[in-house]
Ligand binder design. Structure first.
Ligand code: FAD
Length: 454
């Protein structure tokens, strides 16, 4: 066998790349990882982690108000953007160092710089070339801002965390979970937020009852949520950015955040030098074992355009390393992947939406619970929780669980385990609840809300 510098050369030290590198090295492979921006990738630096820290910050705003009716003083503390931003930076730097140490701990070589594939066994970083038995592309995604007059004045999620000044007036464009989360963050921190989505209802892909409930709750929380409208142009004015909309109106703001989608990060990667096929959407095509159309070159995580979540990239990294270096058959099961949207309140979801469940299983029984959380009976906050279970009528198996309410993300993890184990509605019903919680509603929904009959 030919002698290569490395058994595995990983391009991208994000969620998927680092996990694959660590596992492969653990199996005894000689591994290098190239990274040109930040250790830990999107999740650690400009994704899940800073986002969740900012969500915590945002939730204090309403909590201080809620506290008044529970007997706490009425003075609302002032928010300081620089404190949040700089404390976040400190925490991210700590995590970056941990990622460096994790790779050093398994004796993987970290090469700082942008990697370019030269041929099926060679990667260049700057002037240096490295040969490898296998190359793994784990370069993730990159925010995409469409071109229109003034589009260069818009920012993406990459920049929004580190803004010099807090944007007191903010337009957020997009209808996916990232735009919804940022709307909640900046609204909670005290900005005047307008969220624009070009379609009739945001959060495409989520259950339609959840989407409607979310629109209602997010509006109640103070976000000016507008559908069927888009940005035509952005121009600099004397007192802010003038954002002209397709409905003829104009909004003046301090910043415009575009969260309308992400594209595979392939710039300068050298794919023209190998036979790696891309999908129509521009993602790297892979089979169930992360093989591209070029033997010895593999890809996983966001760059493949699958389910763009950190735990999915991690699972893919592990399956790849086990199979290629551990001699273990290993694949990823993509059914019943739970996920959350950290808006206020949270959305948590696992399994099929009602529409998709009907298409796959046929006749369904659907259960719901909608209520004011106990806490808000005293806080006075006008917020309602919505929960929904979707049951395959033939097998009684619970095939979808959806919730919008406090801690929905935390609650849904346990429900996901039950659903993956094939739990039936009868099993949910015989499970004793934890009282008083919102989660107990998942085991006490008795009345059918909708049922498909003959
Ligand atoms: P990435 O983590 O993006 O890593 C790719 C790495 O490759 C980057 O560090 C990049 O610099 C590097 N790179 C790219 N090209 C090269 C090159 N040529 N040479 C060297 N290095 C290169 N997921 C969740 O599960 N939960 C969440 O709450 C969540 N929130 C999110 C919030 C935001 C704002 C965003 C943008 C994403 C969020 N995600 C969340 C998604 C999650 O961050 C991604 O799914 C995950 O990071 C994908 O991992 P990856 O390994 O595929 O790529």
């Amino acid at each position: 066998m030919k002698d290569y510098d490395y058994d595995l050369f990983v391009i991208g030290a994000g969620s998927g790349g680092v996990r694959a590198a660590r596992m492969a090295a653990g199996f005894g492979a000689k591994v290098a990882v190239a990274e040109d921006r930040y250790m830990g990738g999107t999740c650690v630096n400009v994704g899940c982690v800073p986002k969740k820290l900012y969500v915590y910050a945002a939730e204090f705003g309403k909590a201080f108000k809620d506290a008044r009716n529970f007997g706490w003083g009425s003075e609302l503390p002032a928010f300081n953007w620089a404190t949040l931003r700089d404390n976040k930076k400190t925490e991210i730097s700590r995590l970056n160092a941990i990622y460096d140490n994790l790779l050093a701990g398994v004796k993987a070589t970290v090469i700082k710089g942008r990697a370019r594939i030269v041929d099926a066994h060679t990667v260049a970083v700057g002037e240096q070339c490295f040969s490898a038995g296998k190359i793994l592309i784990a370069t993730g995604g990159w925010p995409h801002i469409p071109k229109f007059p003034g589009s260069d004045l818009a920012i993406s999620s990459n920049e929004v965390f580190d803004l010099e000044q807090f944007p007191k007036r903010l337009v957020i464009v997009g209808g996916g979970y990232i735009s919804v989360e940022f709307a909640g963050i900046f609204n909670g921190l005290g900005a005047k937020v307008t969220q624009l989505y070009r379609g009739p209802l945001f959060l495409r892909g989520f259950d339609s009852d959840i989407r409607e409930h979310a629109a209602q709750e997010i509006r109640k929380s103070g976000v000016d949520l507008r559908f069927d409208v888009n940005v035509e142009s952005i121009a600099k004015g004397a007192s802010g950015l003038q954002v002209s909309l397709t409905d003829g109106s104009t909004i003046e703001v301090d910043a415009v955040l575009y969260a309308t989608g992400r594209k595979a990060n392939l710039d300068g990667l050298g794919l023209e030098n190998v036979h790696v096929k891309l999908s129509d959407a521009g993602n790297i095509e892979v089979d169930g074992n992360f093989c591209t159309t070029e033997p010895n070159i593999f890809a996983l995580g966001d760059v493949t355009g699958g389910i763009e979540l950190t735990p999915v990239a991690l699972a893919e990294g592990m399956a790849f390393a086990r199979r290629q270096f551990g001699g273990v058959e290993s694949t990823v099961d993509y059914e019943f992947i739970p996920t959350a949207v950290f808006c206020q309140p949270n959305i948590g979801t696992v399994g099929y939406t009602e529409d998709k469940a009907r298409a796959k299983f046929g006749k369904l029984r659907v259960f719901k619970s909608a209520f004011k959380p106990l806490k808000h009976t005293i806080s006075g906050r006008d917020e309602r929780t919505f929960m929904k279970l979707i049951v395959d009528r033939a097998s009684d198996r619970v095939v979808g669980a959806h919730m919008m309410g406090p801690d929905a993300g935390e609650i849904m993890q346990g429900i996901a385990i039950a659903m993956r184990a094939g739990a039936t509605k009868a099993l949910f019903d015989t499970t004793i609840g934890i009282h008083p919680t919102a989660a107990e509603e998942f085991v006490t929904m008795r009345e059918v809300w909708r049922e498909d009959t003959e």
